[in-house]
Write a protein that binds this ligand. Sequence first.
Ligand code: AKB
Length: 314
Amino acid sequence: MQRNPKILITGANGQLGQVLTKALRDRHGKSSVIASDINQTSDSDEHYLFLDILNTERIKETIDDHGITQIYHMAAILSASGEWNPSKTWNVNFNALLRILEIARDKKLDKLFFPSTIAVFGNTTPRTDTPQDVPLLPETIYGISKTTGELWCNYYFNKYGVDVRSVRYPGIISYQSIPSGGTTDYAVEIFHELLQHGKYECFLEKDTALPMMYIDDAIQATIQLMEAPKADIQTRIGYNLSAMSFTPATLFAEIQKYLPTAQIAYKPDFRQKIAESWSQSIDDSRARTEWGWAHQYDLERMVKTMLDNLSTQK
Ligand code: AKB
């Protein structure tokens, strides 16, 4: 029988971690969800821990002290920042996962969540409607660490029965925080810059299509996957996940409906090459069939929701 969940979140101060922590606390109660990060939180939170994910002993102590039964391992260095320090990125993104998989096995945790990404795709991957099972030859160290991580998750499930579940997140769009270090970050920055300054300089070319998802859908997918019956989860690498796909020009045109005087300029930097190695759109039919994934937000709804939330924050 499944125990009442007692959850540890790593990387809880990140773009997804912050919103996931709140969603899981709303669901299970604050004391059932321990948030942790290597960066201190600005809130006073008695259920928050400073935790270095490479400190194996401290993670084990945390699990014992709090009776942890599930880990959502969200801590990671993203695609653009990863390129500045590949060996650190490998250590944080991959070596930490390996330790956590071993801890999950040793402590007999009920479940483990591993966030993967569209960065696992590369130049050998079909770029449109990318299927679930495709050749993966990622260009970035972030993509390499996540691809290898997916394979190790699959291995730990098959060999040791660790119930590890994973999705390949597209770019995530949220109003709660400004992400940093990713290639898809432009799709959040643009809202802040256009609302505050009326103009935005985009680091990708206007016609670079990428798969994207509104934060509420990403959180819904994560929790739905983790709560799905074990028998439904036939895929132990990251599930493809999709909601919308757009270019900077399409996103700008949609925002301009609300902010008609807004202006944009395009000045692509090194992130353009990363974006071009990723998929433009994703076939996520496996997730939809196996555990009932369905997105709620398209481009129009996402843009309206972002502008509504950010305008009331100002
Ligand atoms: C990034 O841009 O690095 C991330 C991702 C797509 O995983 N947002």
